[in-house]
Design a protein around this ligand. Structure first.
Ligand code: WTA
Length: 649
């Protein structure tokens, strides 16, 4: 029996959704008239240029289309419409690690975005539908660039600044981007780091499609310029007009691509739409964070992940809130930095990852008590399961037993929250994402699409289309269908399978148990085992490789590689060199987030008679779990014990 924490009465009284009756009422409305429910919201929330005539077109499932006939521009929703009522309100408050601050009002942001949109049009000939890659640090210009793309109908694809030149190259090439927007670099842990040289390297190893680079000066470190290719934002931007007409976009016109890892092959470009996505960003900000007019909202994610897209940029701005952006690391100069930021800016909603919470708990469990955190109302977590210890520390030490905690489950593919407590309504249980948002049909099923009994683990599916769902994988619609709509059928119809496992307890609460496929979740970042294996297999001395995840007390999961070498060596020194070399390879080709926690050289890998590597057994070995699979049917049953012996050493 786990403990249940009710929302504070004072908070519930003021919240949009005040209790479970109101929550259930909304669920019933959506159940009674599914399309009517979303149509009403879309009419109320979106400031349309032209109204839509069809709510949901299912004729080409699973390529669902929402709000057909409607015309809008997401920057009108996020900026222009606010100018009548809150033009001098802070849209962005930004702070660097050194404590420098920038406050950008809605009017200023509107002008900045327009200037950048004009620059892209005039100087780089960017038109509606063109792809633009953003490889940026956490500075306001990253937001200007995203919104400038949206303004002129270009499709942005932000690449996380921790990815390597090869990973960046792959994304530029896959999206056939015409322009890369980057910065010279930025600062981390008080020191400068560089981005532009990585762009240079990416463009030197491919990327025929990309002819121009726009660079923002941030850390002012020396960089190379290529005449005719590289341009400096700071020199050009003031020449552009601060007015720019928005491109009228169809509801289904793509807003952005965001690459994410799957269980097979290269990362896939998840494509989101304009209307459905922005509706969801705003709907969830209102319901899940219950943000009010004078609130300041802080999401600590990097802008390169979906959480940064929806909850730093599009969600807060769509609803006219103030979004706080912090450039640096949580522990600079010490483990009190986050709490200092909250005190100083009177943050009202704080949204972060379980990894960050576990790290701050470990490195400074008393730090929160040194700061005034009384402005906080809602605390949110995302990206990975949160263990009850971390949840309780967050509630007690940061939230002073007063704030609601929203453990939000969602994915790059869902665009925004799917399963989460509503802070004024839902009694919360540590470790549980609780209930689907009103209108979301989440079911936990077996391979045949039948609901599994309560208390049993099953596959987490969303059984009806929703407005902010992934539209396709860029350039690969077959892969889209295969990855999401082929594993589970309900009433003979394929339904969206998330790749996650989940359990519903006796009270109907949903607990996410993690990925069921070959995706590892390191600090909330998704990495495909296949991607890492492909890199390792490239090494000339690697014969076979299998990568699995192993629980890690801070990062959630760490990466483990089992490798069979072509020329094995008994020499410890040589082994250590080899480990270093392999790690270097992974960091070079993917980025530092893919650094391996451990590499074990083994004489062979457990395989079926048809030659398939049985990763499940390796996963159990890595976790020191008992192997309950029958190993006698393996092609090489003795190998299991041999690996176990090696692992014990
Ligand atoms: C995991 C991040 C447990 C899950 C928004 C999902 C979670 C993947 C939670 C998506 C949560 C996300 N509890 N696990 N509250 N939220 N996940 O695409 O495995 O980077 O499939 O999107 O993170 O990661 P992505």
């Amino acid at each position: 029996m786990s403990l249940i924490y009710e929302p504070s009465r004072a908070f519930s009284k003021e919240a949009r959704i005040k209790n479970m009756c109101e929550y259930k009422e909304l669920c019933l409305q959506a159940e009674d008239d599914y399309t009517g429910y979303w149509a009403k919201l879309a009419r109320e929330k979106i400031d349309w240029f032209e109204p839509f005539h069809t709510v949901l077109d299912e004729s080409n499932a699973p390529f669902y289309k929402w709000f057909l006939g409607g015309k809008l521009n997401v920057t009108h929703q996020c900026l222009r419409r606010h100018l009548n009522v809150r033009k001098n309100k802070a849209a962005i408050i930004w702070e660097s690690e050194f404590g420098d601050k920038r406050i950008i009002t809605y009017l200023q942001l509107y002008y900045r975005v327009n200037r950048m949109a004009n620059l892209m049009k005039n100087k780089f000939d960017i038109k509606k539908g063109d792809r633009v890659i953003l490889y940026m640090p956490m500075i306001p210009e990253a937001v200007f660039a995203m919104l400038a793309c949206a303004k002129i109908g270009a499709i942005h694809s932000v690449v996380f600044g921790g990815f390597s030149a090869e990973a960046l190259r792959d994304r530029i090439e896959d999206s056939k981007a015409k322009l890369v927007i980057t910065a010279d670099g930025a600062f981390r842990r008080g020191k400068p780091y560089m981005l532009k040289p990585i762009v240079d390297e990416a463009l030197s190893i491919g990327c025929e499609c990309c002819k121009k680079v726009l660079m923002i000066e941030r850390n002012k470190e020396p960089v190379n310029y290529k005449r005719g290719r590289d341009y400096i934002y700071n020199e050009l931007i003031m020449q552009e007009s601060q007015y720019c007409d928005p491109e009228p976009m169809d509801s289904e016109d793509p807003l952005f691509l965001l690459y994410t890892s799957g269980s097979t092959g290269k990362p896939k470009g998840v494509q989101h739409s304009s209307a459905g996505y922005i509706l969801w960003a705003q709907y969830t900000m209102e319901h899940v964070f219950d943000v009010k007019e004078n609130d300041t909202f802080w999401c600590t994610a990097d802008i390169g992940w979906i959480t940064g897209h929806t909850y730093i940029v599009y969600g807060p701005l769509a609803m006219g809130a103030t979004t706080f952006i912090y450039e640096g690391t949580p522990t600079y100069p010490d483990a009190g930095r986050f709490w200092k930021n909250i005190e100083e800016h009177r943050i009202n909603q704080f949204y972060t990852s379980p990894t960050a919470i576990r790290m701050l708990h470990k490195e400074g469990s008393n730090e929160p008590s040194k700061y005034d955190l009384s402005s906080l109302k809602v605390l949110g977590t995302v990206g990975e399961p949160i263990n009850p210890d971390a949840w309780l520390w967050l509630r007690e030490s940061v939230g002073n037993n007063r704030c609601s905690i929203v453990d939000t489950w969602w994915q790059t593919e869902t665009g925004g929250h799917m399963i989460s407590p509503l802070p004024g309504a839902t009694p919360q249980k540590p470790g549980y994402a609780t209930f689907p948002l009103p209108g979301i049909c989440a079911e936990i099923v077996d391979n045949n699409g039948n609901q599994v009994p309560r208390g049993k683990k099953g596959l987490l599916c969303i059984t009806k289309p929703w407005p902010s769902m992934i539209r396709t994988i860029w350039g690969d619609s077959k892969r889209f269908v295969k990855a999401y709509f082929s594993d589970v059928k309900k009433d003979g119809k394929p339904v969206y399978f998330s790749g996650d496992g989940a359990i519903m307890d006796e009270d109907g609460y949903i607990m996410i148990t993690g990925r069921t496929d070959d995706v590892i979740n390191v600090s909330g970042h998704r990495l495909g085992t296949a991607e890492i294996e492909a890199v390792l297999a490239h090494h000339e001395n690697v014969s076979e490789v299998a990568v699995v995840g192993k629980p890690n007390p801070i990062k959630g999961e760490g990466i483990f590689a089992y490798i069979v070498l072509k020329n094995a060596s008994d020499n410890i020194g040589e082994e250590i060199d080899m480990i270093k070399e392999l790690n270097k390879l992974v960091v070079k080709q993917i980025g530092a987030i893919a650094r391996l926690d451990a590499i074990k050289f083994v004489p062979g890998l457990p395989k079926t008679r048809s030659g398939k590597i049985v990763r499940r057994i390796l996963r159990s070995i890595a976790r020191n779990e008992e192997i309950n699979q029958d190993t006698s049917t393996l092609e090489n049953p003795a190998i299991v014990e041999q690996i176990q012996m090696l692992d014990a050493n």
